[in-house]
Write a protein that binds this ligand. Structure first.
Ligand code: UDP
Ligand code: UDP
Length: 460
């Protein structure tokens, strides 16, 4: 299976950015490349924002001692208050400000690198540096190919005041409705997300290639439009290498409650690693789950960053709700290994914010999704969930982040619908098979990865 047999070592550096949504696919890619005899140097911007990131990194290095770890030591802040906008986006900015430390680090690596793979949020920072080193820089886009079309087109939509003048400018494909565009990008003035989209999206054309954690059977038309220059001329190859398989090193936990539930009966409820709902919405959601009468496993998240999440479950839910939850559900307030949960036979559905990693894990395990996008790329991803038959999305629920309060009764109805939907069950079995085929022997993503490794070998 692997491209071994060649005595020369191909050496590639990986540079992720902040947050589990960005780190997780890099960890999975590092494991995959290692399995194909590519020597990986994993550069970790330090310190990380969340505890989840630092724990995942330590699991990676313990499991794969052959991966070289290098730190990019982030310089201290001169304006800590700017952190308040979003600690994760602010970290992208911190990495940018420390990026002058990167060229000496990259040049010192031995054997010399064939390429570096950089997170999408660092494109404009890293491209000029790797250009000056003559080092190929591949960008890893950690969301869908559809989101990539928007990302690379964003700069063409802005007028002189940096406001979106024409959102219909994603060419070559069906238009993305304005309501699906991340709200900070529609606001006047500047914010970190807008600057990142503008600067990085523009610079994607100057990279050596764009890797995406997706695969052909779910995004064929979009991948074709990108690669045929219909979205943006002069875009480098867009290479679908997903869905990246979960790794054995991801921490394992036992959950006795789940083991005792009947097959396919439990709805898993989680909104990813960095989405905290308002207290009112949390309680309405809990009430809705109880009223649905369905079994559920609910990860309650009260703060964006895990290290600040210090309230007890009872404080967040209140005694009354917590007691009612216990009738047909199980609530936790700590990190669960989501991939492992989704692979458990008792799980039959997933109420998800549609973060791209959550979505790829759901299709990997053939678990149907009830989509409730909260921010960022999640509405664009939720649309894909519907299109490919992985689940349903009630668009009247709007964005999270306090746009509206979705009522318990509505939540209960949608939950009952998704858990009772037999047709979806058949479709998701098929999706699971196709996902695994894409990265299996002779699969479309496997072929692309081999071709890429061959190119790197020639660069040596
Ligand atoms: N995750 C997890 N346990 C949790 C919350 C999240 O294992 O309690 C993992 C999840 O499986 C996924 C990643 O963290 O791999 C979150 O990425 P995603 O793109 O789904 O959403 P984000 O957290 O970036 O919004
Ligand atoms: N994002 C991006 N480029 C950036 C910063 C963010 O494409 O430079 C995207 C990100 O992948 C997602 C949205 O902006 O589509 C929200 O970013 P975030 O880091 O919150 O990712 P998420 O947590 O939603 O996975």
């Amino acid at each position: 299976m692997s491209d071994s047999g060649d005595l020369q070592v191909t050496h590639v550096a990986l540079l992720p950015s902040a947050g589990m949504g960005h780190l997780t696919p890099f960890l999975r890619l590092a494991a995959l490349l290692t399995a194909h005899n590519v020597h990986v140097t994993f550069i970790t911007p330090s310190p990380t924002v969340s505890l989840a990131e630092s724990l995942s990194l330590s699991h990676l290095f313990t499991t794969f001692p052959q991966i070289t770890q290098k730190h990019l030591h982030l310089l201290p802040l001169d304006q800590p208050s700017a952190n308040s906008e979003d600690p994760f986006y602010y970290h992208f900015e911190l990495i940018r400000r420390s990026s002058h430390l990167l060229p000496p680090l990259l040049s010192s690596l031995c054997p010399p690198l064939s390429a570096i793979i950089t997170d999408m949020s660092l494109t404009s920072t890293v491209n000029p540096l790797t250009d000056s080193l003559g080092l190929p820089n591949y960008i890893f886009f950690t969301s869908s190919a559809k989101m990539l079309t928007f990302y690379v087109s964003f700069h063409t939509m802005l007028g002189p005041n940096h406001e979106i003048e024409d959102h219909t400018k994603v060419s070559g494909l069906e238009q993305i409705p304005k309501a699906w565009i991340p709200p900070p990008l529609l606001r006047g003035g500047n914010n970190l997300l807008k600057t990142f989209f503008l600067e990085n999206g523009k610079k994607m054309t100057e990279s050596s290639g764009i890797l995406v954690n997706t695969y052909e059977s779910i995004e064929r038309e979009t991948l074709a439009a990108l690669n045929e220059g219909k979205v943006l001329r002069k875009l480098p190859s867009v290479i679908a290498i997903g869905p990246l398989a979960p790794c054995i090193f991801e921490e394992s936990q036992q959950l006795a409650w789940l083991d005792d539930q009947p097959t396919g009966s439990v709805l898993y409820v989680s909104f990813g690693s960095r989405t905290a709902m308002s207290r009112d919405q949390i309680r309405e959601l809990g009430d809705g789950l109880v009223r649905s009468g369905c079994r559920f496993l609910w990860v309650v998240k009260d703060k964006k960053v895990d290290v600040e999440d210090d309230k007890k479950l009872i404080e967040v839910l209140g005694q009354g709700l917590l007691e009612r939850v216990k009738k047909n559900g199980f609530a936790v307030k700590n990190w669960l290994n989501q991939q492992e949960i989704l692979s458990h036979p008792a799980i039959g559905g997933f109420l998800s914010h549609c973060g791209w990693n959550s979505l790829t894990e759901a299709l990997w395990n053939g678990v149907r999704i009830l989509a409730w996008p909260q921010h960022g790329d999640q509405k664009i991803n939720a649309d894909l969930v519907e299109r490919i038959g992985l689940g349903t999305w009630d668009k009247s629920w709007g964005w999270g982040e306090g746009e509206m309060l979705v009522k318990a009764q509505d939540i209960a109805e949608r939950v009952r619908e998704i858990m009772g939907n037999k047709l979806l069950r058949l479709q998701t079995d098929h999706i699971r098979e196709e996902a695994r085929m894409a990265v299996g022997d002779g699969g479309s993503s496997t072929k692309r990865l081999y071709a890429l490794i061959k190119i790197w070998k020639r660069v040596q």
